[in-house]
Design a protein around this ligand. Structure first.
Ligand code: AMP
Ligand code: MN
Ligand code: MN
Ligand code: MN
Length: 281
């Protein structure tokens, strides 16, 4: 049966989500989702388990990943959807980011220890499933132990954002390498949560032009923090650049996420959807 309820952005505990891939798929199915992508940060570790679980719960599964990407000094997130996980170039790109991640995590830990939080490295690792993916979310969880702020958001604001003690400047793989890695894996590159980057209007337009010129496929028009104006603007950009529209809850956990897995609305129906060719009639 052709699915109608899509959610193409979600995290398991293999990156900074709270649920196992199996629990995530179970939750998606009980929320009425019909097609789900798992898109952990810079890792493919959860895909096999998620695919099996999706089959068990009767939903279509799309293997994905969320790449961290550097573009003129700004960190962007690019989703690779419907990727072939065995692709050599894809795996090489992911390993490059994983090395960057570990080095960054060690630096963040050192900075936090200097700022008065002992054993930041050992203690933060306890929140991560694997050394391959230690995120700022895990540092935020560690800092919560010290009751530095009432919420994760507050912890970010005081410790993990630019200018704060636990922020470390990082260079991820480039936008062109990211898109190329996704293409080599026969996947579709989607610019994640485009309303979230702090860019001027001119820079945002340059990003969209460059993304399309490099072979990017789609824009995540529907994401929890997008206002009606964002949705209108990015819908127009899809049409201007011939890009497809995508939708994702970016679900991490019930505490952290505004929209539950499977509960994101689809993009405006006049747009071409990123999933249009996945299920031929
Ligand atoms: P990283 O890729 O390690 O820099 O971690 C980024 C992750 O931290 C994002 O994917 C979000 O899940 C989370 N995050 C980033 N900024 C914030 C914020 N201001 N408040 C809460 N969570 C955030
Ligand atoms: Mn995250
Ligand atoms: Mn993201
Ligand atoms: Mn995400």
């Amino acid at each position: 049966m052709t699915p109608h309820v899509f959610d193409l952005h979600a995290h398991s505990w293999f990156s900074d989500g709270q649920l196992s891939p199996t629990a995530l798929m179970e939750r998606a199915a009980s929320n009425g989702a019909e097609c789900i992508a798992l898109t952990d940060h810079d890792t493919l570790a959860g895909l096999q388990e998620a695919a099996q679980a999706a089959q068990q719960y009767g939903i279509h599964f799309i293997p994905g990943v969320e790449f961290s990407t550097s573009w003129h000094g700004t960190t962007l997130h690019i989703l690779g959807l419907n990727i072939q996980a065995s692709s050599t170039f894809l795996n090489y790109a992911i390993e490059t980011n994983q090395t960057t991640r570990i080095e960054r995590a060690q630096k963040i830990a050192l900075e936090l220890e200097k700022a008065g939080f002992p054993h930041a490295w050992e203690k933060t690792q306890r929140y991560a499933r694997s050394i391959d993916c230690i995120t700022r979310t895990h540092f935020a969880q560690f800092l919560m132990e010290h009751k530095v702020a009432p919420s994760l958001k507050g912890v970010y604001r005081h410790y993990l954002l630019p200018g704060k003690p636990g922020y470390v400047e990082t260079t991820w793989i480039s936008l062109s390498d990211t898109i190329r890695a996704i293409q080599e894996a026969n996947g579709l590159a989607v610019l994640a949560h485009p309303g979230r980057y702090s860019l001027s209007n001119a820079a945002r337009r340059r990003l969209l032009d460059e993304f399309a010129a490099l072979g990017g496929h789609g824009i995540e028009v529907m994401t929890p923090n997008h206002s009606p104006e964002h949705i209108r603007y990015f819908s127009e950009q899809c049409i201007r650049l011939g890009l497809k529209a995508s939708a994702g809850s970016d679900f991490h956990s019930t505490e952290e996420s505004r929209i539950d897995i499977g509960r994101i609305y689809s993009p405006p129906s006049h747009l071409s959807m990123i999933w249009d060719n996945w299920f031929p009639h």
